[in-house]
Design a protein around this ligand. Structure first.
Ligand code: ZN
Length: 481
């Protein structure tokens, strides 16, 4: 008689623990009181602007850039080039494009030339004139306009000998494709009224040693640009070599640094101590790009496109202009096509005789997929517009660690200029997860006031972050405490 009663009690106890008190048993604390991280809701005005990005115009841009013969940075010092060839002619044309886009939006862009002389170096045999071009779309909100986001590509090109300043260097994929992204973003976003400022850039000197971007990043730092995000597009042509079955056209790789290049020894020590190697501002930017792709490129009537995050600064043996911005302490990521074909980069043009099985060499326009470049441009434009419409980053995000406890108390300040109708999302993930898994919405306690919140989730087991979101759902960058 005693046994069944014991069984009954045991059954009830298990039922009580697993069903009536679900948070106590069988479920980690980090799932308590949390929702999943859902895709954002697309802004119809941004979605309409993305539709104006056309593959045909991208084709015209790349075709025009290729026809400058060589865009070797060193060609700026060549005197014997035919008229209309060389990097100087390309710079004038790009500046003209920015000016034309500006005329079409009532003078909304400030077009600048950042010209300087690079001294002799490894790949610079004589003092060389380098010109970066950039166009500034000032934010419409006086406070938010101080915040800036930037998109860049490099318009210089090279062939096998990086010192060759005369022979044809078409650079169709590397990196006329990235310049086309900058120009298309300028065209599409100049039609919107964004709160924060957007900068559209084409730099030179990339192939000689990131000279142009290094100069511009230093200029940005010295002038106090509040750059929240730098998107570098380099080799985004979706290389299409006949017979290559491994290229993927539904995604673009996004590379981001882990421990910031600009971290001081003290900062690097803290990053190691707290296990924050995957939460640099650049990596939060990469996650924001992936989030934008999930927001805008998922529905049945939109071509699916995603950001494939790679948690390393760049590919093996290669570098890019985002690194110049990382070195100055800015969040910067690199976009590159899924699978590169090294026969079509940095090569002298070689057309094998008919019937030969040898590959065609050279960065020729025939291997560029303009539809693919358009997808990359739309993702860039969506990310820039979302960030420029968002309230910005919460300040001084911190975990309160005055005593040992299993819960977590987070504290942060409202973003500068974020006094309007905004709210916050506390997001978190397991330490082994690549992207945010759980979210909790937190209302403003009072407009512009600091926020303190305690969650029953152990800070020892997850990584936390906080982002600010406006009333229309534009998400700002996540800041990890
Ligand atoms: Zn490149």
């Amino acid at each position: 008689m005693k046994l069944p009663r014991l069984v009954l009690f045991y059954t009830f106890a298990v039922f009580a623990l697993t069903v009536l008190v679900p948070n106590c048993e069988g479920q980690p604390d980090f799932k308590i009181d949390a929702g999943a991280v859902n895709p954002g809701s697309p802004d119809p005005a941004i979605a309409r602007a993305l539709q104006t990005i056309e593959p045909q115009r991208i084709q015209q841009t790349i075709d025009t850039l290729v026809k400058f013969g060589t865009r070797s940075t060193l060609s700026s010092m060549e005197t014997g080039l035919p008229k209309g060839e060389g990097i100087g002619a390309a710079a004038d044309w790009i500046a003209g494009q920015f000016e034309q886009i500006s005329r079409e939006c009532g003078g909304c862009l400030e077009v600048h030339r950042d010209t300087f002389t690079e001294p002799v170096g490894d790949r610079i045999p004589q003092p060389t004139t380098i010109t970066n071009l950039y166009a500034v779309l000032r934010g419409s909100d006086p406070v938010q306009a101080k915040r800036m986001v930037l998109v860049t590509g490099h318009y210089d090109s090279r062939i096998s000998n990086v010192l060759d300043a005369r022979n044809p260097a078409p650079g169709a994929n590397d990196d006329a494709s990235g310049v086309a992204v900058s120009l298309e973003c300028a065209r599409a976003l100049s039609k919107l009224h964004l709160g924060a400022t957007v900068v559209f850039v084409a730099v030179a000197g990339e192939e000689q040693g990131l000279n142009g971007s290094a100069h511009l990043a230093k200029l940005a730092k010295s002038e106090g640009w509040q750059l929240e995000a730098v998107l570098n597009n380099d080799i985004v042509g979706g290389n299409t070599t006949p017979g290559d079955t491994l290229q993927l056209k539904d995604r673009v790789r996004v590379f981001s640094e882990g421990v910031p290049a600009a971290a001081t020894p003290d900062q690097a020590h803290r990053i190691r101590a707290l296990g924050k190697e995957n939460d640099s501002p650049s990596r939060e930017l990469a996650r924001a790009v992936a989030d934008t792709a999930r927001t805008y490129f998922w529905s049945p009537n939109v071509q699916p496109f995603s950001a494939f995050l790679v948690f390393r600064p760049d590919r093996y043996l290669r570098g890019g202009d985002h690194t110049s911005f990382n070195r100055e302490g800015f969040a910067a990521v690199r976009f590159t096509e899924w699978r590169e074909d090294y026969n079509h980069q940095h090569q002298d043009i070689v057309l094998p005789p008919a019937g030969s099985s040898d590959p065609i060499l050279g960065d020729l326009i025939q291997f560029v997929d303009f539809n693919y470049v358009a997808s990359v441009a739309r993702l860039n434009a969506a990310a820039l517009a979302t960030l420029a419409s968002s309230p910005g980053e919460p300040g001084n995000v911190a975990i309160v660690t005055t005593k040992l406890e299993n819960g977590t108390t987070l504290h942060w300040d409202a973003p500068a200029g974020g006094q309007g109708n905004i709210h916050y999302e506390v997001v978190w993930r397991e330490t082994t997860a690549p992207d945010w898994q759980f979210a909790k919405t937190v209302a403003q306690q009072a407009a512009g006031e600091p926020v303190t919140i305690t969650l029953p989730v152990s800070k020892d087991n997850v990584i936390f972050g906080v982002r600010a979101v406006d009333a229309q759902g534009h998400r700002g960058l996540v800041v990890a405490p």
